[in-house]
Design a binder for this molecule. Sequence first.
Ligand SMILES: Nc1nc2c(c(=O)[nH]1)N[C@H]1C(S)=C(S)[C@@H](COP(=O)(O)OP(=O)(O)OC[C@H]3O[C@@H](n4cnc5c(=O)[nH]c(N)nc54)[C@H](O)[C@@H]3O)O[C@H]1N2
Ligand SMILES: Nc1nc2c(c(=O)[nH]1)N[C@H]1C(S)=C(S)[C@@H](COP(=O)(O)OP(=O)(O)OC[C@H]3O[C@@H](n4cnc5c(=O)[nH]c(N)nc54)[C@H](O)[C@@H]3O)O[C@H]1N2
Ligand code: SF4
Ligand SMILES: [Mo]
Length: 837
Amino acid sequence: MERRSFLKMSAALGCAASVTGCDSSSSDTNVTPPEPPLAAEQQSWSSCLVNCGSNCPIKVFSRDGVITRIETDHETTDEYGVNHQIRACARGRSLRQRTYSPDRIKAPMKRVGKRGEGKFVPISWDEAASLVASELKRIAASYGNKSILKHYGTGAYYGFSSSACFDRILNLNGGFLKIYGNYSWAQQNEAAAATGFSSTSGSSLTALKDSDLFLGIGYNPSEMRQSGSGEGYDFLMAISGNPSLEVIMVDPRYTDSMAGKEDQWLPIRPGTDAAFAEAIAYQMISSGWVEANSRAFLDKYCVGYDQASLERLIEEFRASGDAKKLALIPYIDPTENYRDYILGEGKFVAEGGKTPAWAAAICGIAEDKIKQVADKVMAARAPYIVTGAGVNRHANGEQAMRACYMLSFLTGKVGKPGVSNGALPSQGSLSRAGMSGLANPVKETISFFTWAEAIVRGEEMTARKDGLRGTPDLDTPLGTNIKAVFAINSNALINQHSDCNGTAAILEDESKCEFIVVCDCWMTPSARYADLLLPDTSWLESNDLVNDSYASGIMGYLVAMKAAIKPLWDCKSMYDMCGLIADKMGVGAAYSEGKDEAGWLSELYGKTRSNAANASAIPPLPATYEEAQKIGVFRAFDATPKLALDSYINGGKALSTPSGKVEIYSLLMAQKGKDWVFNPDIKGDDISAIPKYQRTWEGYEDDETSAEYPLQLIGFHTKGRTHSSYHNVPWLREATEDAVWMNPVDANSRGLANGDKALVWSSRGTIEVPVRVTPRIAPGVAALGQGAWYKPDVSRTGPSGHAVDVGGCINSLTRYQPSPFAKGNPQHTNRVQISKA
Ligand SMILES: Nc1nc2c(c(=O)[nH]1)N[C@H]1C(S)=C(S)[C@@H](COP(=O)(O)OP(=O)(O)OC[C@H]3O[C@@H](n4cnc5c(=O)[nH]c(N)nc54)[C@H](O)[C@@H]3O)O[C@H]1N2
Ligand SMILES: Nc1nc2c(c(=O)[nH]1)N[C@H]1C(S)=C(S)[C@@H](COP(=O)(O)OP(=O)(O)OC[C@H]3O[C@@H](n4cnc5c(=O)[nH]c(N)nc54)[C@H](O)[C@@H]3O)O[C@H]1N2
Ligand code: SF4
Ligand SMILES: [Mo]
């Protein structure tokens, strides 16, 4: 019965997927005529667990084992700040189509062709589990556990049946190589920590009610936090609730976060925010404003503003007798201070001051506009500045973020109502208990971004050269290349990592990495590079307990998910598949701790329910998980404004920097800048203790590449996908155009009109995409939504000398070049040329 209705369902979906070829009024014989309902419709709660920062609840209707329709949360009276609805965006609402997508991986599969060719044969779960168990044993014995990598992957924010199940089996095998950092925030996390806070510790958006100036730099919550209760909605409510707030947005693109809601859009050249920020600082300092208004704040709460500040720090460290502090003294150079750098004084005389005229020539924002912004920042009673992660995903994103963070501190008002610290706004959350991945005996970690390099030269990678962590000293190498990769809910094996063509070449060499496991639901570009494919159940087939995720806006929530349908085909949950592998490894009992899915869910629910942090949930969490599944959604909204650095400025609690203060002069950066080695051939590959605008490879000022590749290309996070997730949903491909944005000036000079097919190429690859000619992008800059699926057409060679990627994946163009401090991904720093295809 179930199979019969599913087949019927597929026919109906096939029709929906190709709207143009399917006319309901015609005599199309492929359409199965509707039949009377077979059974009553059931309703259950699921959740969209993609990495957009929210986990929106999804209401799933099914009949006779088949999903019939999807609705969103509309359970409440939708009063903002009280019980507003957590409505899913277009992506979540397309989950029925995604669940029944024809490219679902339906059974475990083993590679038969060459790696990357995409040829597989189905195998049994028994064979799949045995293969993983034996390969784990073999590779650990031959190369050591450090050679087994669990790769970055963010496709499914499950609570319990998550990729942590793989951590368990890998740890029960003696451990694995872990990664630090992430593709989202690598540079900004390090930049913020070096300065003295977390990159998500900004004042909450409810604090905007007390502000009079909002300066958003690369901040686009309307597109990247789309949930009905997400940051985009909080932002809209905050700015519309404060009509006297002036909103200035700095972005190469005119984003949906503007769309008429801004007072001013300043189109900036990518990678030049530091120059813009420094010119504002120049105005603030050279006019005497800082001396008169914020000098006392800088002296009390920060180190490194001027020479005297650093001299005092040396004295203080000397007097402390603390060995760690004493060891840092040689790294403190008082002549290398922020004030002198900005004004072009002291050792910076030859460089000159960072004047608005200097910055304008770099960042493309006119000198008088920069001066106006500086005047507004100085005049504001409560300036709220936020720097988005688009600024961090650049060649020297660390410096760019730090340069922008400085502006808030120069005002001397951080800690006051309505003021923030430049970081992303704090969010609300309910917390849920999760399953432990068990202890990992391997101590070394590599930057998430350097994994493919570690397949080639992990052996010799060190802390000093490659930012390795967990080694005894700067020069002890990792000692092994990566020999096995587990890519679990990850498309970063190729699609989301930089330089697809370069990565493909590394992965295709089967002598290098010997075993690649991909666990996914769909046949993605990364899945093609697997040796073994493990088909996971999708969210709508799963029971789980999830919270709002990590950036869901001020509203916190929990969703008690209940499988709407049984696992499709031969798919298994990660918990169950890893259970089979654990059995083959002979560690089944240690893996499961004697619990099945229901046992785990009930235990985790119990812990979640007794967590005092969830006491504000509405409705209150009932006694059992089964009861919670009937209710589905629990929410909490705390409207009390959270202020950035409140506990430090207003509460006297020291920061976690070596000085305990906000470090304008970062001691850790000073230390690593001196101790680590950098490549002098790579422009901008060094670490400076004070934030500095830097010329970087393929930046606006890179004259080595500007003639051949005259356009700067940035990626952005598009509404049509979450990264590569949801790319295979035809409805979304129709709803959101994937086209490269070009300014009319750049398009006209190339004879390109709206909708024309164009080739975009860098030295790393060529893609083919349509053109969108729009004044919403700065001249000289092109922009492309990231995440489209890499699809090289080997029958065509592009101007770069590579097969043309007709899928239009931006990572066919991006460069693999770890940033200096975080060793992070500079995926928005690219130079390209574009011509008619
Ligand atoms: N050029 C460029 N590249 C970028 C970025 C950029 O801005 N520009 N952004 C970067 C950022 S910020 C990030 S976070 C990364 C994201 O990179 P990834 O973490 O790889 O994110 P996704 O592309 O969403 O891929 C997630 C994978 O999980 C799979 N998946 C979804 N649901 C499930 C499930 O239930 N079970 C299993 N097993 N698998 C599932 C999806 O099919 C998909 O293959 O990309 C980075 N790459
Ligand atoms: N719809 C949707 N939402 C998402 C995601 C998605 O893929 N799709 N991904 C999620 C994830 S994992 C993450 S990490 C976040 C990413 O969120 P962000 O990192 O904030 O997203 P981006 O689109 O990369 O960048 C934000 C803005 O910065 C701008 N920008 C790029 N370079 C520069 C620059 O040099 N200077 C300035 N001033 N602006 C610049 C871009 O034009 C863009 O408007 O989004 C999350 N939300
Ligand atoms: S993609 Fe994000 S905003 Fe959209 S439904 Fe999913 S969780 Fe919600
Ligand atoms: Mo991300």
